[in-house]
Design a protein around this ligand. Structure first.
Ligand SMILES: [Zn+2]
Length: 296
């Protein structure tokens, strides 16, 4: 049987750590190998002859190295996804130090390396998927059905975010592909669908932490346009005069506020009241979180 050595750089190693075998490499007191060395996860002494494990590996510096066995000549996408890494998480791949695409066919003894976006950009590596210019200029998202709070936060900050709490995986994948959006989910299986070209597997289950992850990953700092989009239905808000909304306002709101927006989609009225103060606190938390180094 053929095999390849696979190095997962940066936070791509998270996907190995999430698996049971990788967890063993994180045992407290485990010897940390020198960067650049490859250490079998299960020592040779612990293996039965003739029953070589499917995977061996170790965490090496800021990368996880695993050995993967395969039959025939699988595409590198299939090999990486079999290790648990969804393809939208991968920004660049090399095979034997040469840039490679997802459909590159593997041979016995190949050395595969995969990088997430930040590391790939820092090293100037050839991107495995070329983002269209509009993708970078105006990131638009799909939030998985369990990410309602994150969807609200993104809309609050002005980002176009498709969300339905009853959306199933087929619909999420179809909207992501059909509208060229970025899929945000914690479901690795959903991200492995080939129609999903761009996406992120969120590590945290806490909405503010998730917002920090998305902000960092897609460079959203400085592109915030708070008070611009309806949190309920994602429609862009329109400026309206106080007179237009006066009959719908409570007495104190009439007195203290003079900047009003209306949602043409669902008719909700927005003004810079307590909701706005909460939003400003959220922006500050995210700004502080993004400037901290990523948790490893
Ligand atoms: Zn609305």
């Amino acid at each position: 049987m053929a095999s390849a050595a696979v190095t997962l750089h940066g936070d791509l190693g998270d996907f190995i750590h999430l698996d049971r075998e990788g967890a063993a490499a994180h045992r407290p007191g485990a010897v940390v190998p020198r960067p650049g060395t490859v250490v079998p996860l299960r020592g040779a002494a612990g293996e039965r002859r003739g029953a070589a494990p499917e995977r061996r590996g170790a965490v090496v510096g800021n990368a996880a190295v695993v050995h993967r066995r395969f039959d025939g000549h699988p595409a590198v996408k299939d090999l990486l996804e079999a290790l648990g890494v969804p393809h939208p998480e991968i920004a660049a791949i090399t095979v034997n130090d040469e840039p490679a695409g997802f459909d590159h066919r593997l041979n016995d003894g190949d050395r595969v390396e995969a990088w997430p976006a930040t590391e790939a950009a820092a090293l100037g590596l050839v991107a495995v998927l070329i983002a269209a210019p509009e993708d970078a200029a105006d990131p638009r998202f799909v939030a998985d059905a369990h990410l309602g709070r994150l969807a609200a936060y993104l809309r609050m900050l002005g980002f176009d975010t498709w969300y339905r709490n009853d959306a199933d995986d087929d619909l999420l994948a179809a909207v992501t592909a059909g509208e060229r959006r970025i899929l945000l989910t914690r479901d690795r299986g959903l991200l492995k669908r080939s129609v999903v070209r761009r996406g992120a597997c969120l590590r945290s289950d806490r909405p503010v932490e998730q917002l920090i992850e998305v902000t960092r990953r897609f460079g959203l700092v400085g592109r915030w346009q708070p008070f611009g989009r309806c949190i309920r239905c994602n429609t862009l808000l329109a400026q309206v005069s106080r007179d237009e909304v006066l009959p719908r306002l409570r007495p104190l709101t009439r007195i203290y506020y003079d900047d009003f927006r209306r949602c043409p989609g669902c008719d909700a009225i927005y003004w810079k009241g307590s909701h706005h103060a909460r939003m400003e606190r959220l922006v500050e938390r995210v700004r502080a979180g993004v400037s901290m180094p990523a948790e490893r």
